[in-house]
Write a protein that binds this ligand. Structure first.
Ligand SMILES: Nc1ncnc2c1ncn2[C@@H]1O[C@H](COP(=O)(O)OP(=O)(O)OP(=O)(O)O)[C@@H](O)[C@H]1O
Ligand SMILES: [Mg+2]
Length: 473
């Protein structure tokens, strides 16, 4: 949250410890956390693959989309400090990762035909992803593209109304019930009991039901402290709203419901405003992800308010971003559009598609090959838009498909790739899993500001493979 709140973020940012007295550089704290996760993950993976090397792993670090560039840079620096090589690191925007994961889940009820069935989002579907995290709530509006990639139709927004807000409010409530001074003395003097109470509050928050009392086990050291100043334990203001039963504090449902309500109303109001904007017209579904989406009270309130839309909450909403990040690690997503500076094309041998590819890494003779235009010079390039799509046969045991991309600045597109101004600008490499039979790949080429991207879908299994080509110039 320091990275979110801090408008004038500096690399030297420090954060305070629990006592509020000592401080450390935030980048060191983050680096230590990332390193711990990195080592734990690596150790676990190595148990399964004994000869695994650190360089074999590509790390995807997720960040809220509403963070500033500076905050993202901060995370990159922290990751590098933790020993992750920049080449092996991708930063992923959390709602984008969530959208990508949800897109592939079998969660959408098809309204066509006589037998409605569950299926993943089809191309053209528009949906909101509401990532209900601990600190922030991140919202994006997305559309599914033909390539299966996701296009953002409304930029990310949100606010600091995540699940931790409930914990803070529960602590404020404790301070009101027991006395602020008493609680802070307890916090400073009994560190372990304090941490126990932190965990207890988290547990009770998670199991709170709107019609039953919430029972919080209070550490003995806090009870002793409270009794010193108030033998009754409960401040007058809360008599009838909360009571002590031996070592347990019982809070009546109305009190806690109010605590939840404020944040829930903020979230609903915000989503409603977003849905009133023209860009989000045709949005039919709202996906709820993030740990806080396990909160029944919140989910029901959202379902009730948006009952004209399909509100989807996956079974394990807390791991959707994680899973999406893994998918993204294999599938980077492009961001903005541009106008084509060149004629872009691929090589065809006498109009035959077969020689777009070769099965090896070596290039093939190019003299007679025709230039097949995939993007004409001066045309607008839409992010994620498939510029060309065709089928290509694959031999069994073929390990890879390579597509060479050519470009020409000439006014008219070249006829042959051997023409003077036609240059090879890159190679798209698609690694294949050695199909046991001859098959066909449906090749879909798209492009963004910096990359060509190819998605190849295998005919029989529908498995998709991704190839990327950065421009060489
Ligand atoms: N059953 C539950 N009921 C209520 N809240 C829950 C439940 N399960 C998890 N949470 C809350 O979800 C939050 C954590 O969600 P998540 O793991 O998505 O956060 P995060 O990604 O770490 O945070 P952020 O996205 O803000 O960076 C915590 O506030 C946690 O208390
Ligand atoms: Mg999150």
């Amino acid at each position: 949250m320091q990275l979110y709140k801090n408008r004038d973020l500096k690399k030297s940012l420090t954060i305070k410890d629990i006592s509020g007295k000592k401080e450390m550089k935030a980048v060191d704290v983050f680096a230590a956390c990332i390193e711990h996760l990195k080592n734990a993950t690596f150790t676990r993976a190595k148990q399964q693959i004994s000869n695994l090397e650190e360089e074999d792993i590509h790390w995807v670090l997720t960040v809220p989309a509403i963070w500033s560039e500076a905050a993202r840079q901060f995370m990159i620096d922290a990751a590098e400090k933790s020993g992750i090589n920049e080449d092996n690191l991708t930063l992923a925007l959390e709602p984008e990762a969530a959208a990508l994961c949800c897109k592939s889940l079998e969660i959408q009820k098809s309204d066509k035909g006589q037998n409605p069935k569950l299926g993943s989002f089809s191309s053209g579907s528009r949906f909101l992803v509401v990532d209900l995290g601990g600190g922030t709530v991140d919202i994006t509006a997305n559309e599914v593209m033909a390539t299966g990639q996701i296009k953002e139709i409304h930029s990310a927004s949100g606010g600091p109304w995540g699940g931790n807000m409930i914990n803070s409010k529960m602590w404020s409530l404790l301070r009101e019930i027991f006395g602020a001074e008493v609680v802070s003395t307890f916090t400073l003097k009994n560190r372990e009991d304090y941490l126990d109470l932190v965990r207890e509050i988290e547990r009770q928050k998670r199991s709170f039901k709107s019609d039953s009392k919430c029972t919080i086990r209070i550490p003995g050291s806090l009870i002793v402290e409270v009794k010193k100043s108030n033998p009754d334990m409960i401040a007058d203001k809360y008599k009838g709203k909360a009571e002590m039963r031996i070592n347990k504090l019982q809070i009546f449902p109305e009190v806690l419901k109010l605590i939840f309500k404020e944040g829930i109303d903020k979230i609903i109001g915000y989503v409603q405003n977003l849905l009133n904007e023209p860009e989000t017209s045709r949005v039919k579904s709202i996906l709820l992800v993030g740990g806080y989406a396990s909160c029944g009270l919140l989910v029901h309130a959202i379902q009730e308010h948006f009952n004209h839309l399909t509100v989807i909450c996956p079974l394990q909403p807390d791991v959707i971003v994680l899973k999406g990040a893994v998918i993204m690690g294999h599938m980077e997503t492009p961001i903005v559009g541009r106008m084509a500076k060149y004629h872009y094309g691929i090589a065809l041998a006498g109009g035959e598609q077969k020689s777009n590819f070769d099965g090896s890494h070596t290039s093939f003779t190019t003299s007679k090959q025709e230039f097949y235009t995939i993007i004409p010079k001066g045309s607008p390039i839409q992010v994620n838009e498939v510029v060309t799509e065709y089928d290509f046969p694959i031999e069994n045991n073929q390990e890879a498909a390579n597509i060479q991309i050519y470009a020409s600045e000439d006014k008219e597109p070249p006829k042959l790739i051997s023409e003077v101004n036609c240059r090879k600008i890159g190679l798209i490499h698609i690694k294949l899993p050695r199909f046991r039979r001859t098959t066909k790949l449906r090749i879909m080429i798209s492009n963004d500001e910096t990359e060509f991207k190819v998605v190849a879908r295998e005919e029989y299994t529908g498995r998709c493979f991704v190839g990327i080509c950065r421009f060489l110039d």
